[in-house]
Design a protein around this ligand. Structure first.
Ligand code: FEO
Length: 394
């Protein structure tokens, strides 16, 4: 892939990672990803927006050599995470006069993470500008998209917002711009769920800030660019501001079939009550899909067998994840079975302090579920349907 001109003197110089399947040694990447860097040539100065993941530094260097870039004046670091900053170490060596432009917090992180010498930095204040001659870059602080130091960069004359992780999607594609909105919506929602959702209240403020700018193109540092920015801004607004929907997310494990029988009857009962269920068998599920389902859900019901007097470890992981992601859910319950006793309910309930939820009465059975247990599940399903109705989620 060669550098690609977006507008006169503005180039995509990033790297596509078709084969990466895991991010942060945690997050599944079913469609790979890209690390987008951009080069802006003003008539006086040249700026590079973000550098690529360190594994792809040679690709960035080839792009810059292909464009015969002898001097870079500013290396803009919107975000310190290594998938955007990793190649800055090579860039400051290759372009000895370049200054790394970033927020003061980002500077500290880049010194810690990459050992960039302090004298190479130029920190900027919120809404500060730098001139490239005939072009101007404005820096807008947007904390927590995705770390506390993040900012976005706005190229005023061309109305391009370089948004780094914000509005991005893990998607390897040769399309410079979004062509398949459905596919990008799915990838962007997954990305929002995995890394932005915990900070959705701060993202509200960032969305309001960005709204002040006239934007023709959003150029994120993952996935395709948006030449119809209203598509992704509308999606973000809906993920952040919309009420939860009439949906139950049901992550579960069954070891010997008891919990599975309960899940099956419970899903039937919820469906009969008009509630949509998203069911995830945690032995096989893509954890990113579970995170996405949590964006819209009104209720989480966790299904677990009892193991060593507590919940199954995979269920513990799902509860930890839900607590960390802080979705908008309003109700939680637990269903499952035990052999001789245990504290699965108490332990799970203690693991979700971040969720501001009403805990609905759990249904636990000894061994295989009997008719009374099925009746209790039907009652729980009816209660959830009623709660969703009374909260206006239907
Ligand atoms: Fe794409 Fe937070 O790094």
């Amino acid at each position: 892939m060669k550098p690609r001109e977006i507008k006169r003197g503005v180039y995509w110089v990033g790297a596509i990672d078709w084969d990466r399947r895991l991010f942060d040694a945690l997050i599944p990447l079913p469609d790979g990803t890209s690390y987008n860097s951009y080069l802006i040539k003003g008539n006086k100065k040249t700026a590079l927006i973000d550098a690529v993941d360190p594994t792809m530094k040679e690709v960035l260097i080839e792009h810059l050599d292909e464009l015969k870039i002898k001097t870079i004046d500013y290396i803009i670091a919107n975000h310190a995470e290594q998938d955007h900053s990793g190649a800055i170490a090579q860039m400051v060596e290759k372009y000895p006069q370049a200054k790394v432009v970033c927020t003061p917090k980002c500077k500290d992180m880049l010194i810690d993470l990459l050992m960039i010498p302090e004298e190479r930095f130029q920190t900027v204040a919120d809404k500060e500008t730098i001139s490239l001659g005939d072009r101007t870059l404005e820096f807008i602080y947007t904390p927590w998209v995705h770390w506390p130091e993040t900012m976005v960069s706005y190229l005023k004359e061309d109305k391009i917002l370089f948004s780094c992780d914000f509005f991005g999607s893990h998607l390897a594609t040769t399309d410079l711009y979004v062509t398949d909105e459905r596919q990008v919506y799915e990838a962007a929602k997954r990305y929002f769920a995995e890394i932005m959702m915990p900070f959705h209240t701060i993202i509200e403020k960032n969305l309001a800030k960005v709204k002040e700018y006239e934007i023709d193109i959003i150029a994120p540092s993952h996935g395709p660019m948006h030449d119809k920015p209203e598509f992704i801004i509308k999606a973000y607004n809906s993920w952040v501001f919309d009420k939860p929907k009439n949906i139950v997310v049901l992550p579960y494990i069954s070891m010997h079939g008891s919990t599975r029988q309960m899940v099956e009857r419970f899903v039937e009962a919820l469906t009969e009550n008009g509630v949509t269920v998203k069911q995830f068998d945690l032995t096989v599920t893509d954890i990113g899909k579970l995170a996405m389902a949590l964006v819209d859900a009104a209720t989480i019901v966790i299904g677990t067998p009892t193991i060593l007097v507590g919940p199954h470890p995979k269920v513990v992981y799902a509860a930890f994840l839900a607590n960390a992601l802080r979705p908008k859910v309003k109700f939680v319950s637990i269903i499952g079975s035990y052999g001789w006793g245990g504290k699965a309910v108490e332990q799970l309930a203690a693991m979700i302090p971040n969720l501001k939820v009403e805990v609905l009465e759990p249904v636990l059975c000894k061994g295989l579920p009997r008719e009374a247990d099925f009746k209790a599940l039907e009652k729980l399903a009816a209660t959830i349907a009623q709660k969703h109705k009374s909260e206006g989620f239907v």
